[in-house]
Design a protein around this ligand. Structure first.
Ligand code: GLP
Length: 247
């Protein structure tokens, strides 16, 4: 049985405001917070809300650090669909988080070395305090697709056709996502002191129900979160629909 706490809102906008307020509170209480950050369509409105809270309240990220969950392998630097570019556009350029402490797992020439270096960098900061997570329709977290080991560390992962299809709209017309990405492993994610999972829209209802109502199963990577003691799920009613009595 999951220990996760659910906060359910009537719309994605209210979810975004609530997540932004929560993160703002965490950073206010501990300016040196180590944030684990996520990308995806779900998080566009969350960063927008967090940037707004930061501007309105003078919240500073100057002492914070961040580690993103994942990044495609092989996209040219500055590619419009890279997660680095996403983060710059939606968050980094709007806040005072120092650039040298806003990291993504970039593969470079030696992906294996990059994976170990990323793990070491997280450990050197004392671990992730709060990890933000979205969820894929097939239950993936980060780019840990179904079948990924629950104790996996940062690694190069192959994307499933359904994830490639879901993310194709982020790419310019005629382009598709690369087949591989570098991602924190599920074990890396579970090491975070607290986890905030965000799900909005009916397309996520089935994945959310499988993650938290069904027994833990490597076929649903997000179900690994059932073993974590501090998970809060922020979702809208549409995503929560499968969690009801009929699920
Ligand atoms: C992507 C990312 C995940 C994200 C998920 C859902 O593949 N690697 O970190 O949570 O898909 O994304 P979206 O919010 O666009 O539905």
């Amino acid at each position: 049985m999951t220990k996760a706490q659910f906060q359910v809102f009537s719309s994605p906008e209210f979810v975004a405001q609530a997540v932004a307020s929560h993160i703002a509170e965490v950073v206010r209480a501990r300016p040196q917070t180590v944030l684990g950050l996520a990308t995806g369509k779900t998080f566009v409105s969350i960063y927008e809300a967090l940037v707004r809270v930061s501007a309105e309240t003078g919240l500073s990220f100057a002492e914070a650090s961040s580690f993103n969950l994942d990044e495609y392998v092989g996209l040219p630097v500055g590619h419009s669909a890279s997660f680095r570019r996403y983060m710059e556009e939606h968050f980094f350029r709007h806040v005072d988080l120092p650039a040298d402490r806003a990291l993504l797992p970039e593969a470079g020439d030696d992906a294996e070395a990059a994976c170990s270096a990323y793990e070491a960098a997280i450990a050197a900061r004392g671990g992730v305090d709060v990890q933000l997570l979205g969820i894929g329709r097939n239950g993936h977290i980060g780019f840990n697709e179904p079948g990924s080991a629950f104790d996996g560390r940062t690694q190069v992962a192959r994307l499933t056709p359904s994830t490639i299809a879901a993310n194709t709209s982020d790419f310019p017309p005629g382009e598709v996502p690369p087949p591989e990405a570098i991602t924190m492993g599920i074990g890396t994610i579970l090491d975070a002191h607290a986890i905030v999972l965000v799900a909005t829209g009916a397309a996520k209802a089935e994945a959310l129900a499988r993650a938290f109502l069904a027994p833990m199963d490597v076929d649903c990577p997000a179900s690994a979160l059932q073993q974590h003691a501090h998970v809060t799920v922020f979702c809208d009613e549409a995503a929560f629909a499968g969690m009801g009595p009929k699920a």
